[in-house]
Design a protein around this ligand. Sequence first.
Ligand SMILES: Cc1cc2nc3c(=O)[nH]c(=O)nc-3n(C[C@H](O)[C@H](O)[C@H](O)COP(=O)(O)OP(=O)(O)OC[C@H]3O[C@@H](n4cnc5c(N)ncnc54)[C@H](O)[C@@H]3O)c2cc1C
Length: 383
Amino acid sequence: MTTQFPPFTEEHELLRKTVRDFTLTHLTPFRAEWDHAGEWPAREMFKKMAELGLLGIRFPEEYGGSGLDWWAHTAMIEELCQARNGGVVMSIFVHTDISTPVINEIGTEAQKQEWLVPAIRGEKIGALGITEPGAGSDVANLQTTARIDGDHFVITGAKTYITNGAFADFIILAVRTGEPGYGGVSLVIFPTTTPGFTVGKKLDKLGTRSVDSSLLHFDECRVPMSNLLGTLNGGFVHIMQNFQGERLVAAIMAMAGMEIQLKDAIEYGQTRQAFGKPIGKFQVWKHKFAEHLTNLEAARWITYRAVQKINSGEDPTLEVSQAKLFTADMAQKVAYDCLQFHGGYGFIEEYDICRAFRDVRLLPIGGGTSEVMKEIIGKWSGL
Ligand SMILES: Cc1cc2nc3c(=O)[nH]c(=O)nc-3n(C[C@H](O)[C@H](O)[C@H](O)COP(=O)(O)OP(=O)(O)OC[C@H]3O[C@@H](n4cnc5c(N)ncnc54)[C@H](O)[C@@H]3O)c2cc1C
């Protein structure tokens, strides 16, 4: 008996069509405008996505989700990348994949009702607050503290580069509640209406410019202890598990982005002429694109292998780390060559490759750098 792989079905095709129609109508036409404005109408768009059932693809139906699997989610991500704006896509995935899944996985019933249900309805927007000015890759060294006072945490510290941070309603916040190192880290659902919480100056970024990635300050912020996710001082393991979904989404985005850039460039090469012929007819470029189309297939299959692993419920750390490393690094080479192929036009905002070149640079940094991926792969491979 042969089993189809990837296991996309007609149901997935219908979902793809819904996402594609939404994306091409409501997101893609505004890709340049929102990048220049430095913001996008997140609240309005999250509402529209919720109406289409797109904010809870993998969440249980009892909380308003669709109860579908990672393959459905993969189909959705691939289609959303047609927005051609890395900031918008990242803003959506910070909500659907980076901040809310941990509530579904380890939240109490009350927490799910208070935060997950409205998140799936697009009424409350989420962010994830791990990185600090002094601790990024070295997560176990984070310094934002939450001391216990009665039945409240009192949180003081700072987080940085927090995507959606300027407008999110809640932040899944990593705080120090115990000893130094990973054994003293907890996760707390932090409402951004809490007194003492402020958003610092807007960080002027190279790419993903349509959404903020903010510096946040916490000054003696009192949060009920009932907002603790999981166990006290047991947050580190959940942060690491949460990273798997985030990194897998990054790999899917990298792969889908490469496909768009290559398609665009190949089309451009059919019409742009130099020395009496379309530039795509020069052998050097034919070879370059043959190489990258092969790299794209390698990216697709290493990513789908990781989707299969996470979908099976087994620990996907090795496969996800390899997929993130390979696709994020390859995306740099593809974007570089596609821009180069456009000549001067590649440097002009009118062409999507210009924005894509900026946006893809985040992929080997955000959610764990390529060096950190190599550390993990080395460890899992017994090096
Ligand atoms: C646009 C943007 C959006 C982001 N969104 C979020 C968000 O929503 N929430 C959030 O919590 N964080 C977010 N981040 C933070 C991101 O995850 C971190 O930037 C990333 O994990 C790297 O941490 P760092 O910047 O502190 O770099 P550092 O940890 O200071 O690393 C600097 C360099 O040292 C290297 N290095 C570090 N450790 C090792 C090692 N062991 N071996 C070899 N080399 C090493 C790194 O690979 C890197 O090249 C975002 C970042 C950006 C730029």
